[in-house]
Structures are given as C-alpha cells and as structure tokens.
Design a protein around this ligand. Structure first.
Ligand code: TXA
Ligand code: MG
Length: 347
C-alpha cells in the first residue's frame, strides 16, 4: 500500500459545505476511501457496490476478511436495491428509528458484492442520522460501505483526530465535523428470524426496539454470535490492559488499583459516578460524569487519551446493564478481555 497524503477538511455538521462533499464524493466514485462522521462513530467509506473499493477497506483497516461491512443509505427508498425481502417488522423499525443508530440484517440481493457481506447471504444496512453522511451518500449516488474508521483492534474513532492517528498516510481525505454524538456504534439487529436477534448492542436500546416490535432476543449463544462475525473478535482495546470494575463499587475499584500498583504498574483510572476516597496521587484519573449516554459518548475518546499516557493498566468503572448501559458494558468487556492467540483483530 503506497503512502498517500491525508487531508483533514473541516465541515459544518449541520449545513455541510457543498465543495467538500462534491470532492469527497468524487474520491468515492473513483474507488478510493473517505472517512466521514456519522452520529455514532466516524466511518471509513467506500462505494458499497465496487468490489475493488471494498477490498481497500480491509487492507487499510487491517480487517479480517470474514468480517462483513455495513452499507449506509440516505433514504429507506434505497433499501430494495440491497434487501431481497423486507419483513413487516423491518418496515416498522425503519419508521421508528431511521435515520439513526440501528443496523438491520436482511437477505441480500445480487447487487451486493460478496466482499460487502464477507460471503454471507445477508446484508447489514443502516441510514445514519448525520447531515454530512447523508449528503455524502447522496452526492456519491451509491450506498457507502463503512466500518468504523479505526485500525482493527483499537477503539472506534469519535473524532477526526482519532481517524488521523490511526489512518494517516492510508486514506486521502477525512471530513471533520467534530466529535460524534452517540460515541459508540449502532445496534445490529437480525430481522431475518423471529423473534429478531440483537447481534451487537449499540445506540438504540433493546427497550426502545421492544416498544416497537415486541420481544427480541440477545445473541447469547456462540452459534448466534457466529452470525455477526465481528463480535467474535477482541475489540475496542487500548494497548494498556483494561481492568473492568463490573460491580461499579468503590471498594472493588480501589482494590484493583492497589493490586496494580503493588505490581509496580503505571495505573490510570476512568470514573463515571464513583467518588473513591483515597486514590493514590500517582494515578491518572479521567472522569466522564453525567448520564450513561454521556459515558457512552466519551468512552472511546477517554480510553484513547488514557492509552496515550503510556500506562500499563487502566481501571474502568462499569455501569448497570440496562438501556444504553448494555452497549457500554459490551464494549468495556471486550476492551478488558485478554487477547486470544490467533485473533487479536477486531472490527
Ligand atoms: O455505528 C456503526 O455501525 C458504525 C458507523 C460507521 O456506521 N459502523 C460500524 O461498522 O460499527 P463495523 O464494521 O465496525 O461493524 C459492523 C458490525 C460487525 O460486528 C459485523 O460483523 C456486523 O456489523 N455485520 C455486518 N454485516 C453483517 C451480516 N450480514 N450479518 C451479521 N453481522 C453483520
Ligand atoms: Mg468497528
């Protein structure tokens, strides 16, 4: 892969500048890649119908070839191009949650290249709620395949700087519309089965989905997880070891910190609600207060920032597993899981 010069172009998130969008669209149409903002995280966009462009995504990210991509569209009208069959339940979900952080798994049409789906017979589709993303899809006149714009294995990027840190020299253009609103990725919901199955918890909660379509299942079994290949891999992991305080108790947190210090480790700590009494002065403390949505929004950015401090261990406060807390805990557990020998890769 030859080095390219990566330009970062600022763009108004509410009223995207036409010139920047036209330039980005022509890069996409030429089969190259552009990083762009969505409401969840930054995406690494390519023409979703061009196999050569799709191949570049895997190379640039260092992504395992068995991990399929999400196709991004600018209107539900574009769904029939990609989905061979759209169950009633999917129509209702589209009405309720698009544009927004919900990805639907549907049976694919022959227009969708195998490289977009990693050979599966289903395709992942979503309509993002970001004016820049929508303008780019419209100008490129094609669905955009876009994984999160991080190097495989690192936390997803929520700012243009994160994308630049990971992909500098590998892509020609990053559209910078500031930090993303949701901060973690879309919910991936398989609607090819009844009841639908949440393959990846994300920005739309299970409770919200169930309010629209009734009972949905969580992908608990290995067999189900296999249907969303990305969830098999270790993800979102900083280089430092992440220790997750599952019970979100101050005593547990303090014990984890003390243990790491006893072993001579350099320790950082990410707090949400806890206010532990005696934290040793030597440790780096970051706090994201507020609601669980605020924690979700700042999480990846905080992990990246802490990881920039050359720490050995980052002790992270957990949250209750309800609402958006399910997605937060999913990402934190994966960040905290030890690398497996043969699959240190991720989305
Ligand atoms: O919020 C998001 O979803 C972001 C933004 C850029 O839209 N994108 C994103 O893409 O997170 P990525 O590639 O990092 O994650 C896509 C996930 C993976 O877990 C992948 O395995 C799953 O979607 N997926 C894609 N196609 C699938 C399919 N046909 N069946 C099951 N899972 C699929
Ligand atoms: Mg990803």
């Amino acid at each position: 892969m030859g080095e390219v010069i990566t330009r970062v172009v600022a763009i108004d998130p509410a009223v995207p500048d036409c010139t920047a969008i036209v330039e980005a669209a022509s890069i996409i149409q030429a089969g190259a890649l552009v990083a762009f903002p969505t409401e969840t995280v930054y995406g690494l966009g390519a023409d979703g119908l061009n196999p050569i462009a799709l191949g570049r995504i895997y190379v640039v990210k260092g992504r395992p070839p068995d991990n399929p991509l999400i196709l991004h569209i600018a209107s539900p009208d574009q769904l029939p191009l990609m989905a061979a069959h759209i169950p009633t339940i999917a129509h209702r979900l589209v009405q309720a949650f698009w544009p927004g952080p919900l990805t639907l798994i549907l049976p694919k049409t022959s227009s969708v290249p195998d490289l977009a789906t990693a050979g599966l017979t289903t395709v992942a589709v979503r309509m993002p709620a970001h004016p820049v993303a929508l303008a780019l899809i419209n100008a490129a006149k094609t669905p955009l395949a876009a994984p999160s714009a991080n190097r495989s294995g690192l936390p997803s990027p929520t700012t243009a700087q994160h994308v630049f840190d990971d992909l500098r020299g590998r892509i020609p253009l990053i559209l910078d519309a500031g930090p993303t609103r949701v901060g973690l990725e879309s919910t991936v919901l398989d609607v090819t089965c009844i009841p639908p199955v949440i393959l990846r918890p994300g920005g739309i909660t299970r409770e919200a989905i169930e309010a629209v379509v009734g009972h949905v299942q969580e992908a608990a079994s290995v067999a189900q997880r296999r249907r969303s290949p990305g969830t098999r891999y270790r993800h979102y992991s900083p280089r430092a070891r992440v220790v997750l305080v599952e019970d979100a108790q101050a005593e547990t947190l303090q014990a984890a910190i003390a243990k790491a210090l006893q072993h001579g480790k350099r320790v950082g700590c990410l707090l949400h609600r806890l206010e532990p009494n005696h934290l040793p002065p030597s440790i780096q403390v970051t706090r994201i207060g507020g609601s669980v949505a605020d924690y979700a929004q700042g999480l990846f950015s905080a992990l990246r920032a802490l990881d920039g401090l050359e720490l050995d261990v980052i002790v992270v406060e957990g949250v209750q597993e309800q609402g958006l807390g399910v997605a937060v805990m999913d990402r934190l557990r994966r960040a905290a899981s030890p690398p497996r020998p043969s699959s240190g890769f991720t989305e």
